[in-house]
Ligand binder design. Sequence first.
Ligand SMILES: Nc1ncnc2c1ncn2[C@@H]1O[C@H](COP(=O)(O)OP(=O)(O)OP(=O)(O)O)[C@@H](O)[C@H]1O
Ligand code: SF4
Ligand SMILES: [Mg+2]
Length: 378
Amino acid sequence: MNGKGHDNAGAGAPARGDYVLEARDLARRFKVGSSFLATPQVVRAVDGVSLSVRRGETLAIVGESGCGKSTLARLLLRLLRPSSGQVLYDGTDISDLPEREMRRLRKDLQFIFQDPFSSLNPRMTVGAIVEEPMRVHGIGTRASRPQQVADLLRRVGLRAEYANRYPHEFSGGQRQRIGIARALACGPRVLIGDEPVSALDVSIQAQVINLLEELKAEFDLTLVLIAHDLAVIRHMSDRVAVMYLGEIVEQGETDTLYDAPLHPYTQALMRAIPIPSPRSRKVDSGLTGDVPSPLAPPPGCRFHTRCPLASGICKVERPPLATVAHDRMVACHHWEEARAGIPSAAETPAHSHAAERRFALYREHSLAGTAAASDRTP
Ligand SMILES: Nc1ncnc2c1ncn2[C@@H]1O[C@H](COP(=O)(O)OP(=O)(O)OP(=O)(O)O)[C@@H](O)[C@H]1O
Ligand code: SF4
Ligand SMILES: [Mg+2]
């Protein structure tokens, strides 16, 4: 299934073997502020997340800054060990796997970083950067790898001779292409992109998004996409998981979730006005009040301090993430009331013009293709 391909849409519940990655009641806490005098406090960055990633899909994870998206991504790739809970890759629990065994699996699970300026080693040539994972995982030979690197560079829209240059000679979009070539170098099955385009200008974003979609289809990849930009998510993903303060509060098929968000927090996100700067990492949710501190999350429903529908039960009882329809999960005591309040399309105030315009732009680029896409030749 390609992003937005929805091969499985309406095909019934997926079988167990359809899952490539699973999180089960996953939690990660960080101790902070520990010093000689101060008692350490605990940040609950990810707190009881259960999530399944289906083979071949694009799953997006969205939420405000600090809600635990990057921590969840690092847990899924076992770049971080969980405090509790499990991560299953192809049905095998990898949360406690010894590093030696984990190394074998790392080639299957690759990461694309947000910042193409800091994620590439400035002292290595582009060729060495892309070749490194092949060397580490014993792919190819010293003689064959330069050709493999050249092929990969060409595949991501760069010239093969760029292999001899250094990262500082390239623009942001080109560096992100180098990062993608590196992530592809050892033939991964799952790519996790942590805000892979949010540091790029909007027109370059569309090219990189399009490239990722082409590569996903060509290399039969599964994609987990972390993004704060609702237009990017709508364009690319098959399903969306919405996070708030370390928890997943809603999950469902992308178009359904966009058309009828059931959790009051998702509804607020959908009303959000995207901030014009592509470098801004904030989601303007239109909500009053700040996100509470993950050092002391509110009891009951964590959203109750900002929720327009909060009632007495919300302050004391944590709502479970419950299945409320086919492929749809919500953690809210009053989701039916929230659903009743969804405005019709005609009543929606132009549903965020800016996001819709960018969504349209991504679609245009997608249809036009990016065969010659390379945003700046150094
Ligand atoms: N190594 C760490 N030590 C202490 N606290 C951490 C650490 N990593 C993350 N946190 C805290 O955990 C919480 C979740 O952080 P995380 O980076 O996962 O959020 P995020 O959703 O990716 O945010 P952003 O959108 O800003 O990237 C934050 O409060 C953050 O300060
Ligand atoms: S459980 Fe209560 S506070 Fe939480 S989102 Fe639902 S209505 Fe709002
Ligand atoms: Mg992050």
